[in-house]
Design a protein around this ligand. Structure first.
Ligand code: URA
Length: 248
């Protein structure tokens, strides 16, 4: 069994944005920090950083935030931006304020446009982020697409061909799977994530996307009971589902 990593309490809590190391010591002096029912007084004490720490430690009577690595799924609503540089409400505004200042920082695994809703993963785990976005790992992303004009019939073959070149690109997009759901509706499954890829793929075949929603990453579906703007921590089963083959 591998040994759990340990961390100095003041550093651990400062990285989780509870305050500066000096403030953490003050919180301890006040008796606010309790582990397994025992008030902690020594900021230099090392604790094992295990996933159950948030159920064993309280700060002012409240359970400790989840320790790193922290990964969550968000049902991104329309109108929120993933980038820190764009204007508009940010996806991070939907999370508890303290989570926005954690170290390591949380960032979205890939991005959805401001006008796209659906399943978005957010993590502080760089290796996981890389595994999900890198086309080498074959984690498919499925989008529900609503179109302005009816599908013509040749889009399935054109998207599957691996020869479609998007405006301003020189390399063709990887083969993608289009499942037609109706004259103006389809599921498009991609292995890569270029800028505005779905919208640009339909523009390349003379159509226009009027609504876009991501409903699956790998074998992980956006839960039906997760409302727009809501998030929840990923379970071990959710994590395994990302890398499992999606249901047929
Ligand atoms: N493709 C797009 O065009 N937009 C997204 O948000 C995601 C994929």
């Amino acid at each position: 069994m591998s040994k759990a990593q340990t961390a100095r309490l003041d550093r651990l809590l400062a990285n989780m944005a509870y305050g500066s190391r000096r403030e953490i010591q003050q919180m301890m002096d006040m008796g606010w920090i309790v582990l397994d029912g025992v008030v902690l007084r020594d900021a230099a004490k090392r604790v094992a950083v295990t996933a159950d720490l948030s159920s064993r430690m309280t700060i002012q009577g409240r359970p400790l935030d989840p320790t790193a690595p922290l990964t969550l799924m968000l049902h991104k609503p329309l109108g929120h931006v993933c980038s820190h540089k764009e204007d508009g409400p940010r996806i991070y505004d939907l999370l508890p304020p303290r989570w926005r200042s954690r170290e390591p920082a949380l960032s979205s695994i890939g991005r959805l446009d401001k006008d796209t809703s659906g399943l978005l993963l957010i993590t502080d785990d760089g290796a996981l982020l890389h595994r999900v976005i890198s086309p080498r790992h074959h984690v498919a992303k499925r989008y529900h697409v609503t179109l302005d004009r009816p599908l013509e019939g040749d889009e399935v073959a054109r998207f599957a061909s691996g020869t479609l070149i998007l405006e301003a690109d020189d390399k063709p997009v990887m083969p993608a799977v289009l499942d037609v759901l109706g004259t103006h509706q389809a599921h498009l499954t991609l292995m890569e994530g270029r800028y505005h890829q779905v919208r640009r793929m339909f523009a390349a075949v003379g159509n226009h996307v009027t609504a876009l929603h991501r409903n699956r990453i790998g074998g992980l579906d956006l839960p039906e009971d997760l409302a727009g703007g809501a998030y929840r921590l990923l379970t071990a089963e959710d994590l395994a589902a990302i890398f499992a083959k999606p249901p047929a």
